[in-house]
Design a protein around this ligand. Structure first.
Ligand code: NAD
Length: 347
C-alpha cells in the first residue's frame, strides 16, 4: 500500500457522473482521500475549486494536452466520453471514446501513472437480444446497434491490452445512471409529460438495471482505492454496477416524473413492442430519405425500442466481492434526492 495520498485526474470531471466522483472523493468519509484532484474536461467545471481541486479545460483528443495534464498524477479515472445514440458522426464518437482513451493510456505510460479506472457501460455487451441475469463473463456483442456501443467495446479492449505490471487497470460498467441533473433520461420524459401525451414502449414487463449517480461515483472511488492499495483481484477486471433489482425502464422513471409533480396522461399508454419497432424502422427510413437535404438521426429508433423493451439484467455481485461495493445511498434516499431536484418550482 502506498503511504502518501494520491493525486487523481478525472477526465469528464465536469459531467454528470464525473462531477459527482469529485464530490464523493471530497467527502470526509471517502474511502480514498485525495491529495489533489484535477478535473479535465472540454466543458466548464461548475463545482467548487480550491486547494484540493483544480480545473483544466481541454480536449481528450489533444495528445499533447492530455500528456501535460497527466504529469504528476497517481491515478486516472477516465470518465470522459461522447454518449450518443446516433446524432453524432462515427468519426467523432470513435475519436473521443477510443482515440481519447488511447491518448490517456499513452499519457499514463509516459508519466509512469500506475492506476487507471475506465468508465465503460452496460452497452459494451448490448446485443439487441434479451440478457437475463448475466455476469461479467457475457461476451461482447458480435455486431453493434450504435457506434457508441461499439466505442465502449473498443475502449475496453484498448484498456485491457494496455494493462501491465506498470499500468494496473479496472473497468466499470454502469447501468442506466439516474440522479440530480441527469442529462440523458429525464428531460425527454418530462417534455413528454408536459406535452400531455405520455407514451411508453413495450408491455411494461421487461426489466433493466439502474444506478444512482452517487452510488456510481462511490463505485469509482472504491475501484480507484482498490488499485491504489494494490488489491490484485481488481486488476484487468470489468464490473457491472447497479444498486437495486431490475425494473422496467419506464416504470422506474415514471415514479420520478410523477413524484416531481408532472401529470402523466394518458395514465397507462404502452406501445406494443412490434408496433414500436416498426415505427422505429419507419422513422429511420424517413431519415435516410431526408439525408440528401438534411442529415439527422431520429430519436425514435429501433435501438431506442430494443433498449427500453428488452430484458437486460445483472447484479453488482462481482464488484461487491472484489472491492466491497455496496450502495452508499439507499434507493429511497436516491429517488427522493432525484425527485426533489426535478420537482416543479425547484428548478
Ligand atoms: P456526461 O455527458 O455528463 O459526461 C461526459 C463528459 O465528458 C462531459 O462533461 C463532456 O464534456 C466530457 N467530454 C466529452 N468529450 C470530450 C472531449 N473530447 N474532451 C474532454 N472532455 C470531453 O455523461 P455522464 O453520464 O457523466 O457519462 C460519464 C461516463 O459514464 C461516460 O464514459 C459514459 O459512457 C458512462 N456511462 C453513462 C451512463 C448514463 O446513463 N449516463 C450509463 C453507462 C455509462
Amino acid at each position: 500500500m502506498e503511504n502518501k495520498l494520491p493525486k487523481i485526474l478525472i477526465t469528464g470531471g465536469s459531467g454528470f457522473l464525473g462531477s459527482r466522483i469529485v464530490e464523493e472523493l471530497l467527502c470526509d468519509d471517502s474511502p480514498l482521500q485525495p491529495e489533489k484532484i484535477i478535473v479535465f474536461d472540454q466543458q466548464i467545471y461548475k463545482g467548487q475549486l480550491g486547494d484540493k481541486v483544480e480545473f483544466i479545460q481541454g480536449d481528450i483528443r489533444d495528445k499533447g494536452t492530455v500528456e501535460k495534464v497527466c504529469k504528476g498524477m497517481d491515478i486516472v479515472i477516465h470518465c470522459a466520453a461522447i454518449i450518443d445514440w446516433g446524432t453524432r458522426t462515427r468519426e467523432e464518437v470513435l475519436s473521443v471514446n477510443v482515440g481519447g482513451t488511447k491518448n490517456i493510456i499513452e499519457a499514463c505510460k509516459a508519466n509512469h501513472i500506475r492506476n487507471l479506472v475506465f468508465t465503460s457501460s452496460l452497452d459494451a455487451v448490448f446485443s439487441g437480444k434479451p440478457l437475463v441475469n448475466i455476469d461479467e463473463g457475457q461476451p461482447y456483442a458480435s455486431s453493434f446497434h450504435t457506434v457508441y456501443c461499439e466505442s465502449k467495446v473498443l475502449g475496453e479492449k484498448v484498456v485491457l491490452e494496455a494493462a501491465s505490471t506498470d499500468l494496473k487497470t479496472c473497468i466499470l460498467r454502469p447501468s442506466d445512471i439516474y440522479g440530480e441533473a441527469d442529462p440523458y433520461h429525464m428531460d425527454p420524459l418530462i417534455d413528454m409529460a408536459k406535452s400531455g401525451f405520455y407514451v411508453r414502449l413495450g408491455n411494461g414487463k421487461s426489466k433493466c438495471q439502474h444506478v444512482y449517480v452517487g452510488n456510481m461515483a462511490h463505485a469509482h472511488v472504491l475501484a480507484a482505492r482498490a488499485l491504489w492499495i494494490d488489491n490484485k483481484t481488481v486488476e484487468s477486471q470489468c464490473y457491472f454496477v447497479t444498486d437495486g433489482p431490475g425494473i422496467n425502464f419506464f416504470t422506474f422513471f415514471d415514479q420520478i416524473v410523477s413524484g416531481a409533480g408532472y401529470k402523466i396522461f394518458p395514465k397507462n399508454l404502452w406501445l406494443p413492442f412490434r408496433l414500436a419497432y416498426t415505427i422505429g424502422s419507419i422513422s429511420e427510413f424517413i431519415a435516410v430519405l431526408w439525408r440528401p437535404i438534411k442529415h439527422y438521426n431520429p430519436k425514435f429508433s429501433r435501438f431506442a425500442v430494443l433498449y427500453t423493451c428488452l430484458d437486460f439484467t445483472f447484479s453488482s455481485q462481482k464488484a461487491t466481492d472484489d472491492f466491497d461495493f455496496a450502495p452508499k445511498y439507499n434507493r429511497e434516499e436516491a429517488l427522493q434526492n432525484t425527485i426533489d431536484y426535478y420537482t416543479i418550482g425547484n428548478d
